[in-house]
Design a protein around this ligand. Structure first.
Ligand SMILES: N#Cc1ccccc1-c1cc(NCCCN2CCCCC2)c2ccccc2n1
Length: 145
């Protein structure tokens, strides 16, 4: 009997240096711990060109190191081919979702299921917010308004 086709998932956020490389690294560790890593193609990408070529954000790297999750990634932008070569494209917020759907609609016969990663959260936290400016700036903003 032929082996089933590998499953595939692409995690996407705005810059591919914070949320999506962490999601990729954690998912890969979960697959490895479950003994099914060889059955998955796992990657991450950006909707934007902001950080192409960059390593993951230092805060995320520190967090992954603290929790023993290997993370190694070079930021890239999502490509037309991704919309037909990945079974799932899972993103972080509504901006990512609308941008991905806009890009997908430029691809003839795209097959990827484009969803919010948070839609799988048992605690129903659908949106994974962009941490780029950190909580301090949000605190500052809250003191100003
Ligand atoms: N944009 C926005 C934005 C809005 C709200 C919260 C966060 C962000 C934000 C900003 C970033 N880079 C600074 C602006 C980049 N430049 C914007 C104008 C074009 C030239 C590039 C990020 C970089 C990597 C990952 C996530 C990021 N997220």
């Amino acid at each position: 009997m032929a082996a089933p086709a590998p499953k595939s998932v692409l995690f996407v956020c705005l810059g591919n240096i914070c949320r999506s490389p962490i999601a990729e690294a954690v998912f890969r560790k979960m697959a490895m711990d479950a003994g099914v890593a060889d059955k998955w193609r796992i990657d991450s990408a950006a909707t934007s060109t902001y950080e192409i070529g960059s390593s993951p954000d230092h805060r995320g790297q520190a967090c992954m190191k603290k929790h023993g999750v290997p993370m190694s990634h070079v930021a890239r932008q999502v490509t037309k081919a991704d919309f037909t070569s990945f079974e799932y494209i899972l993103c972080m917020d509504e901006n990512n979702l609308s941008e991905l759907n806009r890009k997908a609609n430029l691809v003839k016969n795209y097959t990827a299921k484009i969803e919010l990663l948070g839609s799988y959260d048992p605690q129903k936290q659908r949106i994974i917010q962009d941490p780029y400016y950190g909580s301090r700036i949000m605190w500052l903003a809250s003191t100003l308004w």
